[in-house]
Structure formats: C-alpha cells, structure tokens
Write a protein that binds this ligand. Sequence first.
Ligand code: TYM
Length: 332
Amino acid sequence: MERIFSGVQPTGNLHLGNYLGAIRNWVRLQNEYECLFCVVDLHAVTVWQDPEELKASTRAVAAAMLAAGIDAKRHIIFNQSQVPGHAELAWLFNCVARLGWLNRMTQFKEKAGKNKENASVGLYAYPNLMAADILLYKGTHVPVGEDQKQHLELARDIAQKFNNDFGVDFFPVVEPLIFGAAARVMSLRDGSSKMSKSDPSDLSRINMTDDADAIAKKIRKAKTDPDDLPAAPDQFDGRPEAANLMGIYAALADIDIAEVCNKFGGQQFSAFKQELADLAVETLAPMQDELRRLMGDETHVDTVIADGVQRARAIAEPVLAEVHDIVGFLRP
Ligand code: TYM
C-alpha cells in the first residue's frame, strides 16, 4: 500500500515556500494516497523554543494544513511528540545510521553555523528522527521541497541498512516527491538564498498570515536587477531574482514558467510586480480567511489534532512491535 508522510516544523510563521513547495502539493496528493501530515514539534526543539510559542505554533501549523484544504477526516493531522514511537524508532536509527552519513548533511552545517561544538546533539541526529517519522508508518512517498532531498536519501539508506542488518524486507525504500517550479522558493531579498522562517528580515518572505498590504509591499520591495524580464527560461542565467519572481508567478497561476516568460518577457519589473502582487493576494486570500477563522477556534483545531494522534498511534504501534521482534527486544 502507498502511504504519504510529510511534516512541517512549528517554528514561527509558515511562508509561501512552505505552502507552494509542500502543503499545496499535499492537498493535491490526498486523493491518491492515504496521508499523515505531522507538525514536527520534536524537530522544533532541536533549537530552544519558547514553550508557550511552541504550543501556539503547533496549533497554527495544524490550522494552516486545514485551511489549505487537507481533509482531516480522511487523513491524519497530528503532532509528533504525542506519538512516542517517533522518538523510540529514532533511537534505533541512531544505532543504524553511521556518523559518516550524518557528517555529510548540509543542513546541519548551515544550521549549526560556525559554532558547531555548541549545536545540540538533537540537531545533529535530526535526519534520523526524520527517517523514523516516515518509517514508523511504513510511509512510501514523501512530498517535500528541494531542501529536504538529502534527508530523504538518508532515510532510504537507513531503511536499506536496517533491512540488510536484520535480513528482513521490512521498511520500504521511500520515494521523495518534489515538484517543479516551487520546489525551491527563494528569498525576496536575495535570489540565491532560500525563503526561510529563520531569515532575520521579514521582507524576505511572504508569511501565510500577511495581509494584502503586506504582501503587496514585500513584492514591491523585492530585489530585482536592472534588465527587462527574460522572454524565455534559458535566459535566467545570472538572474536569480527574475527566476524566483517569475517562478512564484508560475506556481501561483499554476502554469509553466515558459508561459510566464512569454507573457512578461521584455517588460519591466515594476508592471510585473503589480500583477504578481495581485495574483498572490487573490490566490492566497481564501486560505488566509479560513486560517484566521480556525485560529479563533482552538477547540476545533485541538480536537482534530487529538483525533489524529489516536489514529497515528494505532498505525504506529503494530509496526513498532514488529521492530522490537526484529531487533530482538524481549516482549514478555
Ligand atoms: P520545514 O518545516 O523546514 O519545511 C516544511 C516543508 O516546506 C518545504 N520548504 C520549502 N519549499 C520550497 N521553497 C522553500 N523556500 C521552502 N522552505 C521550506 C520543505 O522542503 C518542507 O517540505 N525536516 C522537515 C520537516 C520534517 C519532515 C519529516 C518532512 C520532519 N520530518 C518527514 C518530511 C518527512 C523541515 O524542517 O521542514
């Protein structure tokens, strides 16, 4: 059976990259797969989080999944910490994965920065927890943005090594699902770095909670270059800002980037930015309205999460019991 697992960290505002690179694809895939969508609070605490803010963000991320159109009756929305199997399987994977594998993870290097001696052990072992998230449910497909690709390759290696070490064909080899134009949405202030929750400049990203004025202002202020817009996708070389803004337009309008080049090629950035802002406001508005409504209904969101936790546990428990047998843990 094919099963999707994917997750988002509850660390601050969800932004357009999270939506176009991940959540919007989940909404589309939910008709073809059985899905689990997880608010990964255990991942969030690899860096210190304010406890009250963590709770609020966990709710807000679950609400955003609902507002985007995930059907929580057919699928599972839940938070990671409430299914203890994630942490447990992650421990076993700490014993399967090799130091050399983790040493190659570029995201750890980026996040730990210069002072890597001071990074938490959790931040280092983070990809093992990610593998556990997916494999705890024998997830087969994982829709993510481009930045998670290396972590998913590690998850495949872990599944294969576990199967080899114990002579079983137990864990599936997970398939990443990474889609086109919006797989890597870049910062509005710098077309060569990723749009990110942790960028100190709020102008660098469009938050899912930004109102129409904020969206228009951020797009108006977005970095550009002095030339007119390219007329074809092969003219993006050395023009990361043009590529990013036109890529965002393509993703929002759900058309090919070549079509965007056709439409706006040769024009100045200013007119295009106005159209992009209008499109962004119009496309995001229905979801943002629903998100605001859900944020005012904590009880409903909490009920959805609690129900998801129960259903996730029910899938995880028998998998974990089999893992215990395979590894040789006595279950008296
Ligand atoms: P996180 O919370 O950083 O991001 C959530 C999802 O959004 C995608 N994304 C982007 N896509 C395009 N452009 C961007 N600028 C951009 N920024 C973020 C991410 O690729 C991701 O799909 N480690 C993961 C969460 C996680 C997970 C998992 C994912 C934990 N366990 C198991 C899949 C399966 C993370 O930090 O995502």
